[in-house]
Design a protein around this ligand. Structure first.
Ligand SMILES: [Zn+2]
Length: 72
């Protein structure tokens, strides 16, 4: 993972819609199901998004899996 995701997003603001942010730890990642939604022709920008972010699933409270574990 390259650590200039913010730079990528400022260059491709339309890609922000694919970003999840955990409400607790504020870690960010892309929505895990984006490629399914864009299949079979994901735009190059969206494919590149995956170079800058890891997949991040949020629960219904907007909390990532890691935080969810810690809260239990
Ligand atoms: Zn979190």
């Amino acid at each position: 993972m390259i650590d200039n995701g913010e730079e990528f997003l400022s260059m491709h603001p339309s890609q922000r819609k694919w970003i999840n942010e955990c409400r607790r730890c504020h870690s960010r990642g892309y929505k895990p199901n984006i490629l399914e939604q864009l299949y079979p022709y994901p735009p190059t920008e969206t494919r590149n998004l995956r170079c800058y972010f890891k997949p991040l699933e949020l629960n219904s409270d907007g909390i990532c899996e890691e935080c969810n574990k810690l809260l239990k």
